[in-house]
Design a protein around this ligand. Structure first.
Ligand code: PMP
Length: 393
């Protein structure tokens, strides 16, 4: 299937121009159909019985894990389904065996979901070192060399910024972590949906991302682990091999980490979303977004009063473009874009208050985030409307 042909699968009213995919993406018809099929035709619990429906559901649920694992080159690791990226990161924060004096290294450009779980560990005597980004959100790799000390147990970095669109060279950070014996967690919430990623080649130990940002349903996320070294956050049905009143033996694989009845239709929908992306090809998805982003950046560069925050060319960036217009609040711009042209974008701090402080942007930014269903015509409409708004500002 060609990217241009997929637009019909997204049944949002045609007069709306959705450019907020970094928050959550739209969902195509085949994903909705796969979830409906489960609810209508073979709804049953998974891993819990012998009747025919539970056998079908269990197989589909297992297949969903296999498909997501292979999508990220993670077949040799453990792929756990979670509610979202936030839950996946919190599972690592709660599940590693921390000792007072251990150190965590993260950055000042992280989403709160990849910062708060680490900051909380300070209460347990864990040191948290924060590396600040340079211009356009790019990090100096030497800063990681310096910050990742011998007592560093974990380094947590986002692969692509949800504010600036910058893509980090995670492979280089992974090499440093390996040399110093630190675990490496990558927040892939903004990378996995947008370009091909191979978890093993990237060299991380944990990869966290969200299904709802990659055409899947809300309430779906993933924690991939190279080795399942954490202890599970939740225990109960499905997580054990054997139980007596004295104790229990935990089961292996993803089941150890998915206590209780999971989001079965969500998992099936997520697998269908992955299949959809695979059919298009992640290289093609990335090329399409680059074309749109290039066009948008060129258009914004020509408007007086507009400042783009983040890399100004398409190399090493995704289709997340943050900008401000002099003398007009980002919330007002977002409101006007909706009012005048039915363009839907995000404004504010994007759950990155420390980054906003660091950049001196107390009102935040306006963030456009493009995906495979956006078109050049929509980007033109956006540029024209921004021109009008900048003129009246
Ligand atoms: N990390 C990044 C980089 C994100 O962009 C987001 C979502 N905006 C998250 C983490 C949190 O994702 P979720 O809300 O799905 O947990």
């Amino acid at each position: 299937m060609k990217i241009e042909d997929c637009i019909a699968d997204f049944q949002i009213p045609r007069y709306l121009h959705y450019m907020d995919s970094a928050a959550t993406s739209l969902i195509p018809e085949p994903v909705i159909a796969a979830m409906n099929e489960y609810d209508r035709q073979y709804r049953a619990n998974v891993g819990r019985g012998m009747h025919r429906l539970t056998r079908v559901a269990t197989q589909k649920y297992q297949d969903a894990h296999d498909r997501v694992s292979s999508f990220i080159g993670g077949n040799e690791g453990t792929t756990v389904f979670t509610r979202n990226t936030t839950e996946a990161i919190n599972m690592v924060a709660a599940g590693l065996d921390w000792h007072s004096g251990d150190r965590i290294v993260t950055t000042g450009a992280e989403h709160h979901s990849n910062l708060l779980p680490w900051l909380r560990l300070r209460q347990e005597g864990i040191e948290v070192g924060i590396i600040q980004p340079g211009e356009a959100g790019i990090f100096d790799i030497e800063a990681f060399e310096e910050a990742i000390t011998a007592n560093t147990k974990l380094v947590a970095v986002s692969h692509a910024s949800n504010v600036l669109g910058t893509v980090q060279s995670v492979r280089e950070i992974a090499d440093i972590c390996k040399a110093r014996g630190a675990y490496f967690l990558v927040d892939g919430a903004q990378s996995i949906p947008h370009f091909p990623v191979d978890a093993r080649r990237m060299g991380c130990d944990f990869l966290c991302f969200s299904g709802h940002k990659m055409l899947g349903p809300t309430g779906t996320g993933i924690l991939w682990m190279r080795d399942a070294v954490i202890s599970p956050l939740i225990l109960g049905g499905g997580t054990v091999e054997d139980v007596t009143t004295e104790g229990y033996t935990l089961t292996g694989g993803y089941k150890r980490f998915e206590g209780g009845t999971p989001n079965i239709s969500g998992a099936i929908g997520l697998a269908q979303a992955v299949k959809y992306l695979e059919n298009l090809g992640m290289d093609a998805v990335f090329r399409h977004e680059q074309k749109l982003t290039d066009h948008l950046l060129a258009g914004l560069a020509g408007i007086e009063n507009v400042t783009v925050h983040g890399p100004e060319n398409v190399k090493n960036r995704i289709g997340v473009v943050s900008f401000t217009i002099d003398k007009i609040h980002p919330h007002e711009i977002a409101y006007l874009l909706d009012e005048r042209a039915a363009i839907l974008v995000r404004s504010g701090d994007h759950c990155c208050i420390p980054l906003m402080r660091h950049l001196g942007l107390e009102n935040g930014t306006l963030r456009v985030s493009l995906y495979l269903y956006n078109t050049l015509e929509e980007v033109d409409l956006l540029i024209e409307t921004i021109e009008e708004i900048a003129r009246i500002a």
